[in-house]
Design a protein around this ligand. Sequence first.
Ligand SMILES: Nc1nc2c(ncn2[C@@H]2O[C@H](COP(=O)(O)OP(=O)(O)OP(=O)(O)O)[C@@H](O)[C@H]2O)c(=O)[nH]1
Ligand SMILES: [Mg+2]
Length: 345
Amino acid sequence: MKDHKARLDEAAIKGDESTDNRVNQLANQVIEGSRSALAQAITLLESSRASDVDLKSALLERFQRKSGSAIRLAVTGAPGVGKSSLIELLGLSLVKRGQKIAVLAIDPSSSRSGGSILGDKTRMTHLSKSAGAFIRPSPTSGVLGGVADSTRETIMACEAAGYDWVLVETVGVGQSETTVASLTDIVLFTTIAGSGDSLQGIKRGILEWVDVVAVNKSDGNNIAASASFATELSAALHLLHGSDTPPSVLQTSALSDVGIDELLTSIDAIISDRRRTGAWDIRRNKQLAQWFDHAVSNSILKQIKQNESLSSLKEKLKNDVALGNVHPFAAAQMFVRQLLPKDEN
Ligand SMILES: Nc1nc2c(ncn2[C@@H]2O[C@H](COP(=O)(O)OP(=O)(O)OP(=O)(O)O)[C@@H](O)[C@H]2O)c(=O)[nH]1
Ligand SMILES: [Mg+2]
């Protein structure tokens, strides 16, 4: 049997009509709840091949009408703090409530263990066997812990497939928190006491983005240290948020299943509070505007890359800038002028 990609390629060659049919068929299968169709659709959305652009747009257009109703929760934190283990327990609780959960694990431990898929699936053993859960490891776009370029689109696909929650696991390294916060409704920051992840070690930027904090591995000999770290973090968040209600700091143990219900209660409270005040929709609307900006910059950069004379001009200017022959700002202006229609120059 031909694989999906080969069939899509064939469709593209045969012309628009069969491409439309193929996209429609795949979109329908996703919407009807086929997990394998969802996996195929995500693979297509992750494709960076120029020939897939039209297929991707057509698919996204179909998904857009069906997306938006899920709760998008980011789970971020340093490598090894227990993000996947917490997601497993949170996910199982949500499944018990009768909800469908999609987990997107972005660059989990691939760079360290060389096997992200196996690594993360084994850490979500029970959840990955559950009929109500879909787990998908996603490659990063080369940046350690970075949020994959296609995450936004992948979230949409999961929503179109009827998932009620989309949990996005990312390794917290600086910029990825900002990006993941712009893709999700709620950010759960996971940390642990000791092992260098002290208050000084946590970047202030991260604390500005978090909505709820889990001080994980609060078990065994670690209970007292976790309690004092949680108090310290809570005080820091109080200071940072001034008169606003600061994010809750909870002690959890994914190993002994402690604090997970409280964590979920906290997340539920954030959801109902934001829905009541309208903050939920305001955040979503801002994100759509950011997505537009991002898509415009990305498409312009792609066009430049694909245009030989523009990309060689860009390289030449970059060299001149590096040699100190021209100021970066002036060089950028020179370059941008080439992009505008002649009468605009
Ligand atoms: N003692 C203890 N160990 C835990 C707890 N949660 C996770 N672990 C262990 O910590 C290790 C890392 O857990 P993961 O859930 O894979 O952590 P992660 O943050 O997803 O890791 P990466 O995806 O590699 O960044 C595993 O060996 C877990 O069994 C906990 O609450 N207590
Ligand atoms: Mg993990």
